[in-house]
Ligand binder design. Structure first.
Ligand code: DGL
Length: 261
């Protein structure tokens, strides 16, 4: 099984991308809905949660872990790989590679939660490859709740997106990284407001492509992953709103299983 975890429901954007890129592989998902959001918490707290989330997925039989949450990827990836001996994927590196490949001017914008932006993880990784890159980051804390309400195209959302993107637009970035699980759901609005010439690097698509490449290059791991086309979704808290958001993201009726952490 491929194990995917997130702070909540938003990580289903990564599951959606995996179902598209590597169909047929069994997927077990854990959304830590009882403790969401991670994006406003301290690194130590997020590290503790991320280790527990990983442990849960390994107990369920995952042979490969995907940290779908940008916040957990930014602050907890090294802690996870130091503790567990399975392949672990985070969403930052593939999104950085995609953005560098597509940026001509190397003026790159990054949007994410407060925790992701203040971790500096995207900047560090971009600069490791392109030291001369100019990176402009912006925390957009209001976008997660707007997505969770399903307010994708409401005038208020469009206005807030415009306000957040203003400082990046005036810098004339040519590439924008969506550094949060929820932002792919606002991609159309974001594209309209940042301008159609700006390339948008979607971290959910980027990590799914990376996993596809990894599986074809690592038959030893690939053969161990079950392929019955099963998907299981576990959450640490359940409300009708979580169920609605989950259906909205995956565009199908799914069963969330509530587990007590
Ligand atoms: N999953 C988080 C991320 O991608 C967004 C929601 C949260 O703050 O927990 O950063």
């Amino acid at each position: 099984m491929i194990g995917v975890f997130d702070s909540g429901i938003g990580g289903l954007t990564v599951v959606r991308a995996l179902l598209d890129q590597v169909p047929g592989y069994d997927i077990v998902y854990f959304g830590d809905t009882a403790r969401t959001p991670y994006g406003s918490k301290s690194p130590d707290t997020v590290i503790g949660y991320a280790l527990e989330d990983t442990e849960f997925l390994l107990d369920k039989g995952a042979q490969l872990i995907v940290v779908a949450c940008n916040t957990a990827s930014s602050v907890a990836f090294e802690n996870i790989t130091a503790k567990y001996d399975v392949p672990v994927f985070e969403v930052i590196t593939p999104a950085v590679e995609l953005s560098i490949k597509n940026s001509r001017s190397l003026k790159i914008g990054v949007i994410g939660t407060r925790a992701t932006v203040s971790s500096g993880a995207y900047e560090r990784k971009i600069r490791e490859v392109k030291p001369a890159a100019k990176i402009y980051s912006k925390a957009c804390p209001l976008l997660v709740p707007l997505v969770e309400e399903g307010w994708f195209n409401k005038p208020e959302t469009v206005m807030i997106v415009k306000k957040y993107l203003h400082s990046l637009k005036v810098r004339q970035i040519d590439t924008l990284v969506l550094g949060c699980t929820h932002y792919p759901l606002l991609k159309n609005t974001i594209q309209r407001k940042i301008g159609k010439r700006v390339f948008i690097a979607d971290s959910s698509l980027a990590v799914a492509r990376e996993i596809k490449k990894f599986l074809s290059g690592h038959p030893g791991v690939e053969q161990k992953i079950s392929k019955k086309g099963l998907t299981k979704f576990f959450v640490s808290d359940i409300t009708p709103q979580f169920e609605k958001t989950a259906r909205m993201i995956l565009k199908k009726d799914i069963q969330l299983v509530h587990i007590k952490p």
